[in-house]
Design a protein around this ligand. Structure first.
Ligand code: DX5
Ligand code: ZN
Length: 219
């Protein structure tokens, strides 16, 4: 079974509470929150107050995906706001002590994760896998919802899965971007544990039914 983590990025922000309540009532496992700073990615989304507001009305784990340049500055803040997982981009931490950052996330009480852009070789993060609960392989370039899934993702997931198996690591693999009914079963068969799904859920007619359909495809 793979987990489903709806991303609220493409939801109607005028009715964010309703979207969170919908996710609460659905088969979704986590809630994925995309924080963007306009520097690491060209888009600006939302920050701490939205994470805090979501936490007040949900029991589902909050999976906070930080697409920001200095994630280490905000670990405590996002943990206090209610993040259960804190995911930092490998590319944002290249000149930093990434292991220390991951340890700090763990110490804060959140589960550490690292995210990888589509053009970063998967092998570059192998040495950090033992320090994280999850690796996110981006299946689009981060910044916007509704983009086309990059097919090379399948091989990247398989490569990471092989490494994890060979090293007896239980690190979860997450995929984010362009996930839909068309590719979710194949992604599961390649080894993906957590599926982030955004626009497919919020652009459709019935979000709860869409989540159930996606969940049944990976069960
Ligand atoms: C993209 C974000 C994604 C996005 C997924 O930078 O990280 O979480 O919201 O949305 P879809 O499923 O529409 O690609
Ligand atoms: Zn995301």
């Amino acid at each position: 079974m793979s987990l489903i983590a709806p991303s609220i990025l493409n939801s109607d922000f005028l009715h964010l509470g309703s979207s969170i309540h919908m996710i609460n009532e659905s088969d979704a496992d986590w809630i994925h929150l995309d924080v963007m700073d306009g520097s690491f990615v060209p888009n600006i989304s939302f920050g701490l107050p939205i994470v805090e507001a979501a936490k007040e009305i949900t029991e589902k784990p909050l999976d906070v995906h930080l697409m920001i340049v200095n994630p280490e500055k905000y670990i405590e803040g996002f943990r206090k706001a209610g993040a259960d997982l804190i995911n930092v981009h490998y590319e944002a931490c290249k000149d930093k002590d990434l292991i220390a950052i991951l340890k700090e996330i763990r110490k804060s009480g959140a589960r550490p994760a690292i995210a990888l852009n589509p053009d970063t070789p998967v092998q570059e993060i192998f040495e950090f896998c033992a320090y994280v609960d999850m690796v996110l392989i981006m299946s689009v370039f981060p910044g916007f919802g509704g983009q086309k899934f990059i097919e090379a993702t399948y091989d990247r997931v398989k490569e990471l899965k092989k490494f994890l198996n060979e090293n007896q690591l239980e690190t979860l693999i997450q995929v984010d971007g362009g996930v839909s009914h068309h590719n979710i079963a194949k992604l599961k068969s390649c080894g993906v544990d957590v599926m982030v799904v955004g626009s497919v859920i919020f652009n459709g007619e019935n979000s709860i039914d869409t989540i159930s359909e996606l969940k049944s495809l990976v069960n």
